[in-house]
Each structure stands twice: as structure tokens, then as C-alpha cells.
Write a protein that binds this ligand. Structure first.
Ligand code: AMP
Ligand code: DBH
Length: 543
């Protein structure tokens, strides 16, 4: 077993677990068994297509994952070990993740955009023993980054590069791990509202339940061809129904190296893609590209999913005419609850709501006022949720305040529930900026800004933006006797500290002092709200 024991995380009470098992929601299947069963059933069918021409059958994927698992074991990766995976959209991602599951290790999913500051925090919080990455991607030296992180985080003993996987494979077929489906299978990342990362412990049972149901809701079949245009490790393209949903159904995953319309449209035409998933800004880019050049053959597209951030109804209405396919809105979170508009919902519902939960019977949704009392359907309130695939606590019980005493997750989203059960996301009560689906924790960025020698105080707030929904703005108070740092200087400073590009403020404003909100100790939330309100009218929306 791992030399670094898993931290305990709050989990479902036994009575609920028993209920989910008795109802057949939690089946006891593990990810390792899942892939073996898919290979037995869909053996010669194509499971994964890469942009460099790779085409792996289900049997081949199973074989590759098995051989890699033996290699991981030989290297010393033990059951229960956490392994940070930072890979772009390449087929190796799929074999690595299943290979880790086969050896009993827990992937910790990082995005290619993450940099030293984030990777170090994930590796340290998870006490990871290895990092799997690529040598280089999109001009960035991920290999060097992983080696830096390994040097800084004592638990990390191995850096494994995608280019070394073939050498690692072993023909041995030892049984590596006796699976337990109720155990944590991986740690997903929360968009987070705090500076320290909150890791999300998902079990085999709970995640596979959501994957199977999602595939059914979205009508996935062995004929489904899914284009993964978003970063593959994100919860949406991974599980809603995402690549796991396609593999469950026996369909084909096509991995796009980027979501840009040129790349994606060519892959859709070449592989006869039937379904894909986008965040709203990417949808806007696709709509524009389609309007200026309609020559790509996208006639195979049947379903376009959009989620991660608010989709403007005007954009939603353009999907059908532009792509000749149905739109589906997806409102989900890595912590669990996923809502879908249904394939048979009328247009007004598909355009005007963010869908309803996966399970009518088992997802518990409450919409409450500030005091925690349920509000009427149609009224605004805080969304709380509990159910068979929503976590009861973060890894190591970080941030217990995100959960109610009776186990509901406080999503931080402000919603309206319609009598049909559909939810409309109206806003947010959590300290988080949603930059076109990329979540930014103001605290985290502020902590970095405060490290600058000329910064006395800093607040990071969201400002409305037509394209991204919101952009981030850093409001800075300079230190006495110091010249205020320029925006370019602050951006460079953050990049040098290893902060992901999407977290670097789009805009920097310098003020003499922060407004005094309330009496006594100023709450960061109130301060950010006051600053955001003072900023909004001056925002120049980009063309
Ligand atoms: P995360 O916690 O990083 O997984 O992000 C989940 C959050 O993204 C949700 O709580 C919402 O705030 C936001 N979100 C996801 N999908 C949608 C959507 N379709 N519309 C509006 N907000 C969304
Ligand atoms: O934004 C998200 O985190 C998200 C969006 C759609 C998600 O986790 C999901 C679907 O599963």
C-alpha cells in the first residue's frame, strides 16, 4: 500500500449507501473492471482516436492499460498512491488513467494550463508520489515543470513522461489490486474559492453511476462519436457523459488537440463526429467561424452540449440553425450534481434553462433563502444538493463549511427552480470568478499579488464581459513610498510565480484606498462586491 495513507474524507452514511446499492445505482463496478467489461463487449470497435492518426480498439486500450499498470507497479507505484496527471488531449491520457486505476493508484487531475504554483499545491495536498506529464506541449516545458515540482514536494518520487510509456510497459499479467468500488478512485479539482486547493474525492461507485445515467440521458450508443474539444481532464468532458460515457456506450472518443473551430471542424468532418461539448466562449467562436465559412461538412453532428458557465439565450438559439443539430445545456460541478436539458425538452426549455438533475428520485435539490428556509418554485435561492454522486466532504475534510450538517453541498450558485424541476442559474453567492467556464478563486490570486513588494493590498473581482461572461480585475493599493506597479509588471510577476495564465487578471486598477464597508473588520466579500459595483460602469467590453 501507499507509504502516504489516504486522508479520511467525509462520506455517505451507511443508510444512504445501502439505499443506493439496493436501488442498483451503485453497482460495485470499479474503473478497472469497467474497462475490462467494455473490452470484452466491444473488443474490435474503435475506442479512441488521436489527432496524430492513432486509432485504438477497445481490446487494444485494455491491453495498453494493463501493460502500463504492470509497468507502474514495477516502478513502485502502489495501491492508494496519488499520481498527478497533467496531459493534453492525447490518447496516452486514457491509457494512463486506466493504467493507474488498474494498479490501484488515484489520479489527481491537473489541467495543461496549470503551472508550478498550482501543481505544487495539488501534489502537496494530495501527497502525490508521481507526476505523469508530457515533455513539451504548446511551447511549454511540462517536463521541467514536473521536475521542479518533484524537487519541491517531498512525496513525489517519480516523473513519468508520455514519451517513456512504451518503455514502461510490461508483458507481465500479475493481478495487481483487489478492487473496492466504494473506495475513492481519484481526486478531481474544485474551481475552489480559497487559496489552498480543495480536492474532490470521487468513488468508483458514485462516478460510474453518474457516467452510466449521463450516457443514457444523452442517448449515447455504440454509434456515438464524441469529440473531446475541452481539456480532457475537466469534469465535463470526462463524465457528462464525456469520454467515460462514450466508452460506457461502446462509442468512439476523438481527442482534439485544441477546441479552435478550424481544428475541431476538420475532425468532425473526418471522423463523422456526432456529439461534442463546449463552454460558452468556445461556442461563440464556433458560431462565428461557421457564419464566415460554412464549407466544412458538419452534417454528422447530432448534439452539441454547452456548459460550465452561463450561456446567453441569444447564442443558444443560434446553435440549431448554424450546426443543424440539437443543443443541450449542462450545468454541473466536479463535486457531483449534474443537470441536463433533455433531448425531448421543448426549445424554450433548452434555451432558457440549465437543465434538471440526472436522477428524479435520488438527487435531492433544495433552493433556500439566506436563512436556510426553502423558497417557492420560481423564486431565487441558494442551491443545495445531496445525492448518490455528490460528495459529502472534500479530501481530508478541507472546508467543512461547504456542507450543511445534514450533508448537503452548498454549491454557491443562486438559482430558480421551475415546477418541471429545471434549474435556471441566475448568479452566484460564492467568492469565485467564472471566466468562460474557467474558475478563479480571488483569494488565491490576491495572495500572489500581496507578495509583490509594491503592493499594500489587493482585491480580485469579476467584471461583466460579453464574451467570457466575466473577466478578472485586480484592484491594487500601492505601498506608501512605492510607485504603483504597472499592469504588465504585475502580470509578469504572477507568471513568474507559476500562476496559470487564465488566473492572471485581465485588467489592473490602482486605487488610493479601499472603500470602508460596514464597521470594524472589513469582509473580503463585501469589499469585493463594493469594488465590483464601482468598476462595472467603467468596463470597456472588448469588441
Ligand atoms: P467547479 O466547482 O469548478 O466544478 O465548477 C462548477 C460551477 O460552474 C457551478 O457551481 C456553477 O457555478 C458553474 N457552472 C457550471 N455549469 C454551468 C452552466 N451551465 N451555467 C451556469 N453556471 C455553470
Ligand atoms: O463547470 C463544471 O465544473 C461542469 C460543467 C458541466 C461540470 O463539472 C460538469 C458538467 O460535469
Amino acid at each position: 500500500m501507499s507509504a502516504f495513507p489516504l486522508r479520511a474524507s467525509p462520506t455517505w452514511p451507511e443508510a444512504d449507501a445501502a439505499r443506493y446499492r439496493a436501488a442498483g445505482l451503485w453497482t460495485g463496478e470499479t474503473f478497472g473492471a469497467f474497462l475490462a467489461a467494455r473490452a470484452a463487449r466491444f473488443g474490435p470497435r474503435t475506442a479512441v482516436i488521436g489527432s496524430a492518426g492513432e486509432r485504438w480498439s477497445y481490446a487494444e486500450l485494455d491491453e495498453r492499460a494493463g501493460a502500463l499498470a504492470q509497468g507502474f507497479a514495477a516502478l513502485g507505484i502502489a495501491p492508494g498512491d496519488r499520481v498527478v496527471v497533467q496531459l493534453p488531449n492525447i490518447p496516452a491520457y486514457v491509457e494512463v488513467v486506466f493504467g493507474l486505476w488498474r494498479v490501484g493508484a488515484l489520479p489527481v487531475f491537473a489541467l495543461p494550463a496549470h503551472r508550478r504554483s498550482e501543481l505544487e499545491a495539488f501534489a502537496a495536498a494530495a501527497e502525490a508520489t508521481a507526476i505523469v506529464t508530457v515533455e513539451r506541449c504548446a511551447g511549454f516545458d511540462h517536463g521541467a515543470l514536473a521536475r521542479d515540482v518533484a524537487a519541491a514536494v517531498p512525496s513525489v518520487a517519480h516523473v513519468i513522461l508520455a514519451g517513456e510509456l512504451d518503455a514502461l510497459r510490461s508483458p507481465e499479467r500479475r493481478v495487481l489490486w483487489e478492487p473496492c468500488a466504494s473506495a475513492v478512485a481519484f481526486l478531481q479539482l474544485s474551481g475552489g474559492t480559497t487559496g489552498t486547493p480543495k480536492l474532490i474525492p470521487r468513488t468508483h461507485d458514485d462516478y460510474l453511476y453518474s457516467v452510466r445515467e449521463s450516457a443514457a440521458i444523452c442517448g449515447f450508443t455504440p454509434e456515438s462519436v464524441y469529440l473531446c474539444a475541452l481539456p480532457v481532464a475537466h469534469n465535463f468532458p470526462m463524465s457528462s457523459p464525456g469520454i467515460l460515457g462514450v466508452l460506457h456506450a461502446g462509442g468512439t472518443v476523438v481527442l482534439a488537440p485544441s477546441g479552435d473551430p478550424r481544428t475541431a471542424f476538420a475532425l468532425i468532418a473526418r471522423e463523422r463526429v456526432s456529439v461534442t461539448a463546449l463552454v460558452p466562449p468556445l461556442l461563440l467562436a464556433w458560431l462565428e467561424a461557421r457564419a464566415s465559412d460554412g464549407s466544412d461538412d458538419l452534417s454528422s453532428l447530432e448534439l452539441l452540449q454547452v456548459g460550465g458557465a452561463r450561456l446567453a439565450p441569444e447564442a443558444a438559439r443560434r446553435v440549431g440553425p448554424a450546426f443543424g443539430c440539437r443543443l443541450q445545456q449542462v450545468f454541473g460541478m466536479a463535486e457531483g450534481l449534474v443537470n441536463y436539458t433533455r433531448l425531448d425538452d421543448v426549445e424554450d426549455v433548452v434555451v432558457g434553462t440549465q437543465g434538471r438533475p440526472i436522477s428524479d428520485d435520488f438527487d435531492e435539490v433544495r433552493v433556500v433563502d439566506d436563512l436556510g428556509s426553502d423558497v417557492e418554485d420560481g423564486a431565487l435561492g441558494h442551491l443545495l444538493t445531496r445525492g448518490p454522486y455528490t460528495i459529502r466532504g472534500y479530501y481530508g475534510d478541507a472546508d467543512p463549511g461547504s456542507f450543511t450538517a445534514d450533508g448537503f453541498y452548498r454549491t454557491g450558485d443562486v438559482v430558480r427552480r421551475l415546477p418541471s424541476g429545471h434549474l435556471v442559474v441566475e448568479g452566484r453567492a460564492k467568492d469565485q470568478i467564472n471566466r468562460g467556464g474557467e474558475k478563479i478563486a480571488p483569494d488565491e490570486v490576491e495572495d500572489h499579488l500581496l507578495a509583490h513588494p509594491s503592493v499594500h493590498d489587493a482585491a480580485v473581482v469579476g467584471v461583466p464581459d460579453t464574451r467570457l461572461g466575466e473577466r478578472s480585475c485586480a484592484v491594487i493599493v500601492a505601498r506608501r513610498e512605492h510607485a504603483a506597479p504597472t499592469a504588465a509588471e504585475l502580470r509578469r510577476f504572477l507568471r513568474e510565480r507559476g500562476v496559470a495564465a487564465f488566473k492572471v487578471p485581465d485588467r489592473v486598477e490602482v486605487v488610493a484606498a479601499f472603500p470602508q464597508t460596514g464597521v470594524g473588520k472589513v469582509s473580503r466579500r463585501e469589499l469585493r462586491a463594493a469594488l465590483a459595483a464601482s468598476l462595472t460602469p467603467t468596463v470597456k467590453e472588448p469588441a
